[in-house]
Design a protein around this ligand. Sequence first.
Ligand SMILES: [Zn+2]
Ligand SMILES: [Zn+2]
Length: 257
Amino acid sequence: MSNLLRVAVLASGSKGNATYIGIGEKNFLIDIGICVTELKKRLGQVNISVEDLDGVFITHEHNDHIKGLETFANNFDVPIYTSEPTWRKIVGVFPDIARKNCKLFRGEKTFNGVQVISFPTSHDAVDSHGYSFLANGKKLTYVTDLGFVTPVVQDAIENCEVLIIESNHDIDMLKNGSYPDWLKKRILSTQGHLANIVTADTLARLKHLPEEIFLAHLSQHNNNRELAFETTDKCLRKIGSSTKILLASQNEVVANF
Ligand SMILES: [Zn+2]
Ligand SMILES: [Zn+2]
């Protein structure tokens, strides 16, 4: 991928999520679900420091997406964007979070030529969102933690050069696994998480496939890396696609630059 769209998934999965997005001259983060020490360390591995960041976008209030947020907000002067209902939830969890960098955001905002668009997702959070970033006619979309692909999500993932999308579980591994029934139901529901096969089918039906896809938020219990990769790879090869597939990881940085 050209220098225009730089992605480093710093951590991805139910133990914590954080992703660096570099687009044009701008540097952003999506979610801070790992502690700040780990965040700085992993950003350092791709030569980015917190001082370089122009903003942080939060997808939703689940712990694996906001774990490090309070420490971050209280120690750094970087604006943090999310919707009003999500902020209310976050402030409920972190009553002492510094308010000065808490910015309301929903819809669309332009940062010196980089357009950021938030779009709603179907998940069991108060107001979960994915994000698209556009500059110089190129588009990158980030979407995880969704029970199904709504028409709005479908639009957001069309015509991307780079797409980061959830491939959470293998349906049989989940059904036959050790999770309690209520949790299996939650994950499989329309407000849960995307199964490998659903992600693969969704991608294979895109009118315009991205050059690069990051499969993200893989379950450590109900998925494995080979299965997630193969499910999407098989569907994409069948339609003759040459899209590059990268697998995000819980424990190490996966970057395209
Ligand atoms: Zn999550
Ligand atoms: Zn979630």
